[in-house]
Design a protein around this ligand. Structure first.
Ligand code: NIG
Ligand code: FE
Length: 397
């Protein structure tokens, strides 16, 4: 599903930008951006803008503008609800990966159209909150037919919404209750080429207690690479298993969660160039209150990304601004580092150099904030932080 072209690439000039973040220069004050055929062709001071011609104009009204958010970890296709788990946690229950089976049951029972409608709603909500590129995992089907359906729904939902998308085969989410463990791992391995045929670009494994072991993950990911998939891992989320060292050894594009990461793991990830994906909504939503790993990963020099992990069990949240707020307020990231992680970092996790920044030639994907300073995205809670999302030069909404 790489390279979906969500909307017709357009020409656009965005003027009257109070503060423009491109990541290629210091913030430009009183700025403008020119987009030609969906790509950034010029950025600079608004007063220096000349010879644009008859191009549609978007007046940013003095607001701050950022590159569109790159949400590099979501499970956006599901049916049913996990509100009972959520309510239970508020009276002392904990988060368990066993809850994934509730969603698998509801997802298998849903029709294609029901799954599509739910995914479209979520992706549209993401886009309204400023996400312009999203990674979408399967993983709530856990039969070959159901997993293919989830990958297909993900692609069609992204096309319908007009959001850039890439899809990930996560057959290795949990072992379905009706299956023998070893047989199921064999089936996941056999499914990898089928996932590729249905547009998957990535293979992910939930490597943890209650999910898959390091040796199972090694087998699945190695086969995934052979099938032509890029690799990513849910690693060190609920316990310390050695998953991060495996991600480093295999050169995964990303290792995600990492709540139980050690200094040694973090150094290995940094040395192997594995992007560390922080999902702070999970720390709040599951009430694990685990935040300290972010500093361990920063200290080791890892490239950081921030993602929503949008899913019904551990992070029912479509909003990258909320994820950024929690990365700052919970994990202690400076605003600048968090905004980078939510844009450039997400792009690095997806091995993309055409999104997450506003350099010349980048996709014309940007967000106009409801504020004249980008730090207010974190400082001002509880509002719609993004007032306009632009995808490939097309203002949405
Ligand atoms: O990223 N860790 C595994 N998967 C999801 C949770 C899925 C669920 O609880 O439904 C996660 O947190
Ligand atoms: Fe996840």
């Amino acid at each position: 599903m790489a390279g979906l072209i969500p909307v017709p690439p357009a020409d656009l000039v965005v003027r009257n930008i109070g503060r423009l973040t491109t990541w290629h220069a210091p913030v430009i004050v009183d700025a403008a951006v020119v987009i030609r055929a969906g790509r950034v062709s010029w950025t600079g001071a608004d007063r220096d803008l000349t010879g644009v011609g008859d191009v549609p104009e978007l007046d940013a009204g003095g607001a701050a503008v950022l590159p569109g958010f790159v949400d590099c970890h979501t499970h956006a296709v599901w049916a049913g609800s996990r509100r009972d788990d959520f309510v239970g946690r508020l009276s002392g229950g904990g988060y368990s990966p066993g809850g994934i089976r509730t969603t698998v049951e509801a997802t298998r029972a849903a029709s294609y159209d029901e799954l599509l409608a739910g995914a479209v709603d979520r992706l549209a909500a993401m886009q309204r909150s400023g996400t312009t590129t999203v990674e979408i995992k399967s993983g709530y089907g856990l039969t070959p037919g159901d997993e293919v359906q989830l990958l297909t729904v993900a692609g069609h939902a992204a096309e319908q919404v007009g959001i850039g998308a890439t899809t990930t085969y996560l057959g290795a989410h949990v072992v379905p209750p009706e299956r023998d463990r070893d047989d199921y791992v064999d089936e996941v391995v056999a499914m990898l080429p089928v996932a590729v045929q249905h547009g998957a670009q990535w293979c992910d494994v939930f490597c943890d207690d209650g999910a898959f072991t390091v040796e199972e993950a090694r087998r699945i990911l190695t086969a995934g690479r052979t099938a032509g998939l890029g690799l990513r891992m849910h690693a060190e989320q609920l316990s310390h298993t050695g998953a991060a060292l495996l991600a480093a050894e295999l050169g995964c594009a990303s290792a995600d969660h990492l709540d139980h990461v050690t200094d040694e793991d973090a150094r290995a990830l940094a040395a192997s160039g594995v992007v560390a994906v922080l999902v702070p909504v999970v720390s709040l939503y599951t009430r694990s209150h685990r935040w300290a790993h972010a500093q361990v990963l920063r200290d080791a020099g890892c490239t950081l990304a921030i993602a929503t992990d949008c899913n019904p069990g551990s992070a029912w949240c479509e909003s990258m601004p909320v994820a950024v707020q929690l990365a700052c307020l919970g994990m202690g990231l400076p605003v600048d580092a968090a905004l980078r992680a939510a844009t450039l970092g997400g792009a690095a996790a997806l091995c993309r150099d055409d999104v997450g920044h506003l350099g010349t030639g980048a996709r014309g994907d940007l967000v106009v904030l409801a504020a004249d300073h980008e730090a207010d995205l974190v400082a001002h809670l509880g509002t719609q932080a993004v007032i306009r999302t632009v995808v490939d030069g097309c203002p949405i909404g």
